[in-house]
Design a protein around this ligand. Structure first.
Ligand code: 4AZ
Length: 238
């Protein structure tokens, strides 16, 4: 897994927004997602409670592609947050959807044994989701959050928190950096000592946003590498 991820990935080069197509030309934000190959993105399963999806927004480097296929984790069900992961295939030609460049690159996948709470490592979350202040919603925001030990998350969320989840965020203050509604499906990315960014988590749930003692919860990607490698195939390197 992640063998074909490329050097030069920056957190924003794999950023994808999943958008719902309206009746006219309008679209609205459904969820975040992350590019893992030319045609595939990884996101959260809970993003899909309706059908007819569309990806993309617009700046000079952004690309908009229609969705061809959505693969939900077979053990995801809407009554719980467990296994909150989905793969989305974009529609392209002859197996190619996006051509990679300095602004469009897939993220690396973690190792199966990836440690996800080491040293409260500072990682990055990103998305176009809600904030508590006025921003330009077209701007991708990033925030830095520390990974928390499993025990902290269990203490806060009890049985709802499973070992297929990671939680992250400062606990002590209110109005802290956190993911929120609209950021779901987007990545929790950490930088490894070799400089590469990997996707450790997928934004999934939490008690509110930025609240004291309520860290954000992320799907632990390292538990789903079989699912990912089953569907996704290497993208063509430009
Ligand atoms: C949501 O509703 C959501 N603070 C996402 C992340 C968090 C809370 C809610 C974590 O999609």
């Amino acid at each position: 897994p992640g063998l074909h991820c490329l050097k030069g990935f920056r957190p924003e080069t794999g950023a994808v927004s999943l958008r719902l197509k309206g009746f006219h030309r309008d679209t609205r934000l459904l969820c975040g997602a992350t590019l893992i190959s030319s045609c595939w993105v990884v996101t959260a399963a809970h993003c899909f409670k309706r059908c007819d999806y569309h990806t993309g927004v617009k700046d000079e480097f952004e690309r908009e592609l229609p969705v061809e296929r959505i693969v939900l984790h077979r053990n995801y069900w809407a009554g719980s947050n467990d296994n909150d992961i989905a793969l989305v295939r974009m529609r392209g030609r002859e197996g190619h959807c996006l051509y990679f460049n300095h602004h469009v690159l897939p993220v690396c996948l973690p190792d199966r044994r990836e440690k996800s709470d080491i040293n409260r490592q500072a990682c990055i979350i990103s998305g176009w989701g809600d904030t508590d202040y006025v921003v330009y919603k077209e701007t991708l925001l990033q925030g830095v959050v520390p990974l928390l030990p499993q025990e902290d998350c269990e203490a806060r969320y009890g049985q709802k928190f499973t070992n297929r989840m990671i939680c992250a965020g400062n606990l002590s203050e209110d109005k802290r950096v956190d993911s929120c509604q609209g950021d779901s499906g987007g990545p929790l990315m950490c930088q490894r000592s070799n400089g590469r960014w990997i996707i450790l988590g997928i934004t999934s749930w939490g008690y509110g946003c930025g609240r004291k003692d309520s860290p954000g919860v992320y799907t632990k990607v390292s538990k789903y590498l079989v699912l990912i490698t089953l569907f996704e195939e290497p993208g063509l390197v430009l």
